[in-house]
Design a protein around this ligand. Structure first.
Ligand SMILES: NC(=O)c1ccc[n+]([C@@H]2O[C@H](COP(=O)([O-])OP(=O)(O)OC[C@H]3O[C@@H](n4cnc5c(N)ncnc54)[C@H](OP(=O)(O)O)[C@@H]3O)[C@@H](O)[C@H]2O)c1
Length: 281
């Protein structure tokens, strides 16, 4: 926590990392809570990751976030990883402990669920089949969180079927793998649809997915947050589905991260969201 002789430090390690909105988010929180500290971009090439991790404690960092492409390798570099990180197979957050050792965790799943709950308080994971598009790192966190919350059927639909199958094998029931060419029909009867691919992100084509078989009652989520309203979310909204965008997933990850780094859990307010959203326009 804040003390007259301690300047609070945290950051995000990635490569590339300049596009990250995390400094806006965390530096807003330092200002809001009146704490002396800063959150910096740490552009770390893969070859330098281990040395960068070892430098966190001597430099006085409380911890850092980890983003593309380091999330999976980071799991092997921390001294301990909690069960959530081990199950997801990747780390999104490192905490420097008082003895200088590094603890790894993954807050992506927490962010995904608590963003939904803030926007749709009645939501439950066990209402019906969940269709997850993609089988990469983001999908792993989404699948973990849905299974953890009691989902009874999770259809993982991925361009590379083998990756979806590997995920289904690893997580077991309720996860099933669905071939890419079956994706349109796989939405039939779904209570929820989640895009975890990079499709729809700025610079990428929209996700190629027809929503005709998706019930109008289904909740549609995207973890892409640039733009905040992806073409998928816009199409879902137009046909009457409720939607949840991906920006809040990023914001809510700050809650457990700050609790572990600085001993306080920040509130995710409309003002914070507006400050970060303003950088995405
Ligand atoms: N809101 C948040 O806090 C948050 C957190 C994590 C990630 N994200 C966002 O989620 C997105 C994915 O990130 P990630 O870490 O999961 O990436 P990743 O591990 O590289 O996975 C990418 C996924 O996208 C699929 N994909 C890529 N190009 C495709 C195409 N042309 N057609 C169909 N599928 C395609 C891949 O399929 P294959 O397996 O066939 O290659 C894979 O399933 C990014 O936009 C990232 O910014 C957001």
């Amino acid at each position: 926590m804040s003390s007259p002789d301690r300047f609070l430090l945290a950051g995000v390690m990635g490569w590339p990392v300049m596009q990250s909105r995390s400094p806006t988010l965390h530096n807003y929180l330092f200002a809001r809570y009146g704490l002396a500290g800063t959150y910096v971009l740490l552009a770390i090439e893969p070859a330098g990751l281990e040395a960068a991790f070892r430098a966190l404690a001597p430099l006085g960092f409380s911890g850092c976030n980890v983003t593309i492409p380091h999330k999976e390798r980071a799991l092997a570099l921390v001294d301990t990883a909690d069960p959530v990180a081990q199950r997801i197979g990747a780390i999104s957050c490192v905490v420097v402990r008082p003895d200088g050792s590094l603890a790894g965790t993954n807050n992506d799943a927490f962010g995904f669920v608590h963003n939904i709950l803030q926007q749709q308080p009645d939501w439950r994971a066990d209402r019906g089949p969940i269709a997850v598009i993609g089988a990469g790192g983001g999908a792993r966190a989404v699948v973990y969180s849905m299974a953890d919350r009691g989902a009874r059927e999770i259809r993982v639909i991925n361009r590379t079927l083998a990756r979806a199958e590997a995920l289904a094998r690893e997580f077991g029931p309720p996860v099933t793998a669905v071939a890419w060419k079956e994706r349109h029909r796989a939405l039939e009867g779904a209570a929820m649809l989640v895009n975890t691919t990079s499709q729809g992100m700025v610079g990428q084509p929209p996700l190629d997915l027809a929503l005709d078989t998706l019930p109008q009652s289904a909740l549609v989520c995207d973890i892409v947050y640039v733009p905040v309203e992806t073409p998928l979310l816009a199409a879902a909204r137009r046909r009457g589905n409720r939607t949840v965008d991906g920006l809040g997933m990023l914001l809510h990850q700050a809650r457990p991260a700050w609790h572990a780094w600085f001993g306080l859990e920040p509130a995710i307010t409309p003002e914070l969201r507006a400050v970060v959203e303003a950088t995405l326009i």
